[in-house]
Every structure is written in structure tokens, then in C-alpha cells.
Design a protein around this ligand. Structure first.
Ligand code: UD1
Length: 370
């Protein structure tokens, strides 16, 4: 019997997290052959390979060596190389996740070769066109065939943009599957991980910053670091720093703000298991990451999103998220509220239950050739 052939494209840290539960589920279906392309948009061990080990992702069939560059360079390089793989493999379906440049490149390469596209996390919108990710999301959803949405709001967004309802499926959040799959391991290693970083459970904040608008605009980055310095007077902050962020801190000569402060601890990017452990015991999270916005809501940890908009409005409505923008005063005030015990409490979010990948693979099998 001829197997159905799916090609999955990943390239960045958040992509790797999303494809882990997908592959775990795909493996159960003997009639599907899954091919994995890693564009290697992220290539440092701590940003990429460590996630394959932690999450049990299979070895990629193709590593494309795309690495860094301008948006044009990165997207074009990925597109050329993905196209070559598509021509050779002739898949029945291309499966794309999220909103990064590798996702856009995969979608453009597929559509021109008349290969059907399934998009996981379809319909997410921040309505902020300054964000490169928003442009990627809009274009990928314009040319996809099967739309797998994490929230009902994302379904509405797609319908509003004219996508036929019958092509849209409300499957829940696949990143929650990855988190649930990892929590037990993280719990078992929690003591050791917290000890290594020298923090007490429940008594520290966790901060991550990497969005272009926060890192590449000097005033914004400076304000965020000054806010962190102020907050660190009341609570220890652990700051696993993204390569983009540390590069810009050095470029703008802002090292002084974070230097020699035992309460503002800058560490290299952490692995997924380390992050899950750190997250579970944090008093609060300060972030511009999409992933952390929903992981904090799932774990009921107060989160301050350092961006003007969110692509995850459900985490504000139902979860623990507050969007604070990048104004230092607002960040500090909201952080102090949480430290003083007035953190936002969240509730359950529909279909963020660890079963999204099961629903997704079922739909892909039923719909890939419609
Ligand atoms: C990308 C995604 C973003 C996602 C983020 C998660 C796009 C447009 N952006 O942003 O949506 O939330 O990944 O991390 O696709 N770098 C390294 N080592 C690495 C990876 C990157 O040093 O392993 C450096 C690069 O040299 C580059 C910078 O970090 O200068 C940014 O990398 P890039 O992949 O362009 O974007 P991210 O900021 O990581």
C-alpha cells in the first residue's frame, strides 16, 4: 500500500516545540510517511539541537543550513532549498507551524508547486503589521488549504478574512501538548535546575526578550532593562538571554544596566526542560514571547507581556496574561502588584488540554486530498 507522504517544516526554537507532539502522534499512524525538514534558521545548540534531545524529535531528513540574514535573505534562501526538497519528495501535504520566516518560505515554495498546505496555529493575529511574524501569518493563511486553529478567536479571524468555514478546524493549542508531555521530567529535575541557577521556588521572576521591536530599538531595549533593574530590587530576576537580545545589548552599549547585579541574573538560553521547571516555580514572568504567554496561562503563573499587542488574546481574557507594552513605568507598576500578591488568576482555556496533536493528525488524514 502506498503511504501518505507529509513533509513537516521547522526551523526555529518555537517550531521545534510545536512539531514534537505532532511527530509523537504521526508515529502512531503506519500509513503515513513523515519527512522532516529543518531549515536551521536557528542553529546554536541551545536554540536548536537541545530541543531535539529534550523533546524526542526525530533526526531531520533534511538540514538546510539557512541560518541568519535579513528577512529577504533568510526567507529566500529557505524557499530555494525547500523547493528542491519538495521537487524530490513530491509530498501529498506540507505541514507548517507558526509564523516564522521558515514558515513563510515553506508556504511559498509549496503553493507554487501545487502542494497542499496545512497550517498549524492558523488565524492568529496581533493586528500589528510592524511585527514580521504578523506579515508571515497573514500570507501563509492566504495560501493554505487546511487551517488548524488554537482558539475560537483564530477561527473567527480566518472567517473574517474570507476563508471557507469548512476548511477551518478548531483543534486547540499544540504547544500545550508539548508542555504537558514535559512537565513530569521537568518536575523530577526541578530541584537540581533551580539549585544550579540559585533560586528558591516561588521567589523569582523569569524574563525573556527577543522581538525585533524590543531588541532592535535602543530606547525600547533600554527602558525594558531599566524596568528589570528596578524590579530586581524587590525580586530576583532570571534572564535567559536570546542571541538577538544580547547582540543588541552590546551594540547599544547597555551592558552597564544589567552588570554586577546579583539580583538580575543573565544566563544563556535554557533548554525546554529547564524552561518548564523554571516556569513552574516562577512568581511572575516578563516576556515578549508568544510561547511563554500561553505556557504561563496553562500553568497559572502571572505573565506581563512586554509588547503593545498580543497574538494570544485568549490568555488575557481567560488566562494570567496582562499586556503592558514597553513603557518602563507600567512594567514596574504591574510587576510590583504581582510581587505584592495581586497577580491575575486564570481559568481553563478550551481545548488547551494536551490533545491538540491527536485532533490535528486525525484531520490531516481525513482532509489532505480533498
Ligand atoms: C525568530 C522568529 C520569531 C520567533 C523567534 C524565537 C522570524 C521572523 N522570527 O526570531 O518569530 O519568536 O525566532 O526565537 O522568523 N541567532 C543566533 N543563533 C541562533 C539563532 C539566531 O545567534 O541559533 C541570532 C542571529 O544571528 C540573528 C538573531 O539571533 O541575528 C535573530 O535570529 P532570527 O532567526 O533572525 O530571528 P529571531 O529573533 O530568533
Amino acid at each position: 500500500m502506498k503511504k501518505i507522504k507529509f513533509i513537516v517544516i521547522a526551523g526555529t526554537r518555537p517550531n521545534f516545540i510545536k512539531i514534537a507532539p505532532l511527530f509523537k502522534e504521526l508515529k502512531k499512524h503506519k500509513d503515513i510517511k513523515s519527512v522532516l525538514i529543518n531549515t536551521e534558521q536557528h542553529y546554536d545548540f541551545k536554540m536548536a539541537q537541545s530541543f531535539f534531545a529534550d523533546l524526542g524529535i526525530p533526526k531531520p531528513d533534511y538540514n538546510l543550513g539557512v541560518h541568519s540574514g535579513t528577512h529577504g535573505e533568510q526567507t529566500a534562501k529557505a524557499m530555494v532549498k525547500i523547493e528542491q526538497v519538495f521537487i524530490k519528495e513530491k509530498p501529498d501535504l506540507a505541514i507548517l507551524v507558526g509564523d516564522v520566516n521558515s514558515t513563510l518560505a515553506g508556504a511559498l515554495a509549496a503553493v507554487k508547486l501545487h502542494i497542499k498546505i496545512a497550517h498549524i496555529e492558523a488565524g492568529q493575529r496581533s493586528f500589528d503589521r510592524q511585527m514580521p511574524e504578523e506579515i508571515n501569518r497573514m500570507i501563509v493563511d492566504r495560501i493554505s488549504d487546511i487551517f488548524l486553529a488554537a482558539t475560537k478567536k483564530d477561527v473567527e479571524n480566518l472567517m473574517h478574512e474570507g476563508i471557507e468555514r469548512k476548511r477551518i478546524f478548531f483543534t486547540g493549542n499544540i504547544m500545550t501538548d508539548a508542555l504537558f508531555d514535559t512537565l513530569a521530567t521537568a518536575k523530577a529535575r526541578e530541584k537540581e535546575i533551580l539549585k544550579k541557577i540559585d533560586v528558591e521556588p516561588g521567589n523569582y521572576a523569569l524574563m525573556t526578550i527577543h522581538r525585533a521591536n524590543n531588541t532592535d530599538v535602543k530606547k525600547n531595549l533600554k527602558d525594558i532593562l531599566l524596568a528589570a533593574k528596578e524590579i530586581s530590587k524587590k525580586i530576583k530576576i532570571i534572564f535567559p538571554v536570546h542571541p538577538r537580545c544580547i547582540k543588541m545589548i552590546k551594540k547599544f552599549h547597555l551592558e552597564n544596566i544589567i552588570k554586577n547585579n546579583p539580583n538580575l541574573v543573565v544566563i544563556p538560553p535554557v533548554s525546554y526542560i529547564e524552561m518548564a521547571a523554571l516556569l513552574s516555580q516562577a512568581k511572575l514572568v516578563l516576556t515578549d514571547s508568544g510561547g511563554l504567554q500561553h505556557e504561563t496561562s496553562v500553568l497559572n503563573i502571572p505573565c506581563l507581556t512586554i509588547k503593545k499587542t498580543t497574538e494570544w488574546p485568549i490568555t488575557v481574557e481567560k488566562g494570567t496574561n496582562i499586556v503592558v507594552g514597553n513603557d518602563a513605568k507600567k512594567i514596574i507598576n504591574e510587576a510590583f502588584e504581582i510581587i505584592n500578591g495581586k497577580g491575575k488568576k486564570g481559568g481553563k482555556i478550551e481545548k488547551w488540554d494536551g490533545k491538540a496533536s491527536q485532533r490535528i493528525v486525525k484531520i490531516l488524514k481525513e482532509k489532505y486530498n480533498e
